[in-house]
Design a protein around this ligand. Structure first.
Ligand SMILES: Nc1ncnc2c1ncn2[C@@H]1O[C@H](COP(=O)(O)OP(=O)(O)OP(=O)(O)O)[C@@H](O)[C@H]1O
Ligand SMILES: [Mg+2]
Length: 495
């Protein structure tokens, strides 16, 4: 018996998945490849490669692969593959054509990226956390200002000689609206969830984020938005777009230690731009371009070549992990977009992202017509909140609309009231997170005795919404206006 050649041993026992195929049939697959695709080694040989692995839904990768093979060139690229065993796996795929005698063989290797992706995801999350920390710093500063305004005017109005003027009240309202908006943006950004793509208007996302990006950049850098009002919507995840903006604007800031200008712009692609991209999908009619341009130090050729490598950074700063652009590219790719960087040393940098344009806004994206003011009522409402301020405000608001309000500061207090006057209570309005029994438990308990009782939850904690009983009842997020509260109460009473 002849012993196997060392090179066959190397191929067979290599931990890297390897396969050799001709244009028709697989000639050889090593054990690692069999493990990767979850098919016994003996069953791979002789089958067509497309029966073993197929690239999922990535026309650009497939197109590049075809082009390379047509020209007899090697190919390397990342792709998610569907395997014969029914699973999916992200791989870095290399295909090298080798002319052997009269035929061409292809040596295919598929490096399993699952572990790396998991690591990158973890780092990405921690990078998000860094960004959130910066935002929280800023928001707490802004919050102090808002509270200063609200508490200050409350104190002023306490001095009877000083009636609040209409303008004073407008200032208070503006401060609280601003505080509310900042909180909801922070929540939007911080909440980890899988990408939820919907038709979105890039201009609107950028315009909203203008305020939040400004504090990232410091006083000697000016931020401009140059938005094309005709830019059609794109199909993307709002939180991810925000993530991209934060990354690009942070990079721009770091590139301008002596100050400068950042411009965030949107526009449609010009037709001649199409040819610049290898693999641009010709079937898509138009792209919306979002660009972030700075007047900073620019990039050397070497930096440009390595830009998207995870962990590539030229910054001495221990906070910089070299993950920003890798993440941005990943998000853009998943959204079917393309990324283009123009930069010269000392001549600034422009990062352009091309997103496929959606032809038309779906009806759901149109704003709802303004609602009529809520109707008053005279029912009895049991109102529960552990925060005395909210309790008092909500009671006064509901009374303004004609309701009889019985207020309780805990679930226990509410249960005692219900035991005495249960029959006359038409609606329970309760906070969800309270010390002692929660609002959800309270509602369940009261519903057991008074099945016709209506329930409205009021809560400032968005995580509350998942509880089953909350989903079946009416729900109003804090903070709310008197009108919103009265409207929600009326709505709940009439269900
Ligand atoms: N606007 C820019 N101007 C000049 N150089 C840039 C710009 N954006 C990125 N770079 C270069 O690209 C490198 C990689 O950027 P990337 O955002 O991926 O990582 P980072 O900013 O170094 O670290 P992290 O984003 O993880 O904090 C940077 O270190 C920098 O050298
Ligand atoms: Mg960065």
């Amino acid at each position: 018996m002849t012993s196997p050649l060392p090179q066959s041993l190397a191929a067979e026992y290599a931990t890297e998945p390897l396969l050799v195929t001709d244009s028709d049939r697989v000639r050889f697959a090593n054990q690692a490849f069999a493990d990767l695709v979850g098919v016994p080694q003996a069953e791979i040989e002789g089958r067509g490669i497309d029966q073993i692995v197929t690239i999922i839904d990535e026309p650009m990768v497939v197109e590049r692969l075809r082009n390379a093979l047509r020209q007899g060139q090697p190919f390397r690229g990342e792709a998610t593959c569907h395997t014969a065993s029914g699973g999916t796996v992200p791989v870095e795929m290399t295909v090298i054509p080798v002319v052997s005698g009269t035929e061409t063989l292809y040596v295919v290797s598929g490096l399993d990226l699952r572990h790396r992706k998991r690591l990158e995801h973890k780092l990405w999350q921690s990078q998000r956390l860094d960004a959130v920390t910066q935002l929280v710093d800023w928001i707490s500063h802004e919050m102090n200002d808002a509270v200063q305004v609200i508490a200050g005017f409350a104190e002023l109005s306490g001095q009877t000689s000083r009636q609040l003027k209409r303008d004073d009240i407008r200032v208070i309202e503006r401060a609280s609206r601003r505080a509310t908006r900042m909180l909801s943006q922070l929540l939007d950004f911080a909440r980890r969830r899988p990408a939820a793509r919907t038709p979105i208007d890039l201009n609107e996302v950028i315009a909203q984020w203008h305020d939040l990006l400004e504090p990232l950049i410091g006083a000697d850098i000016r931020l401009f938005a140059d938005l094309d009002p005709a830019a059609p919507p794109i199909f993307a995840d709002r939180g991810e777009i925000q993530h991209i903006l934060i990354n690009l604007v942070t990079n721009a800031r770091d590139a301008m230690p002596g100050g400068g200008t950042v411009t965030i712009a949107t526009r449609m692609t010009k037709p001649d731009e199409r040819i610049k991209f290898e693999g641009l999908d010709e079937r898509l009619a138009e792209y919306v371009v979002m660009s972030v341009t700075d007047t900073g130090i620019g990039m050397t050729a070497e930096t440009k070549a390595n830009l998207f490598q995870p962990f590539f950074t030229t910054k001495g700063d221990p906070g910089a992990r070299g993950l920003g652009l890798a993440t941005v590219q990943e998000i853009v790719r998943e959204a079917g977009g393309l990324l283009w960087v123009r930069s010269q040393p000392d001549a600034g940098t422009s990062v352009e992202i091309h997103f496929p344009a959606l032809a038309a806004v779906t009806p759901a994206a149109r704003p709802a017509p303004p609602a009529a003011p809520p109707r008053p009522g005279n029912e009895t409402i049991l109102l529960v909140d552990d925060d005395p301020g909210v309790l008092r405000f909500a009671q006064r608001g509901l009374e303004l609309y004609g309701y009889q309000v019985v207020a309780a500061q805990s679930a226990a207090e509410a249960t005692a009231i219900a035991a005495e006057r249960g029959g006359e209570i038409a609606l329970l309005v309760t906070d969800v997170m309270m010390p002692g029994q929660r609002g959800t438990g309270l509602a369940q308990e009261l519903l057991a005795d008074w099945p016709h009782l209506k329930v409205l939850f009021i809560s400032g904690y968005s995580g509350d919404e998942s509880a089953e009983v909350v989903r079946r009842a009416a729900y109003l997020g804090k903070p709310f206006s008197i009108e919103e509260l009265a409207g929600a109460a009326r709505g709940a009473l009439e269900t």
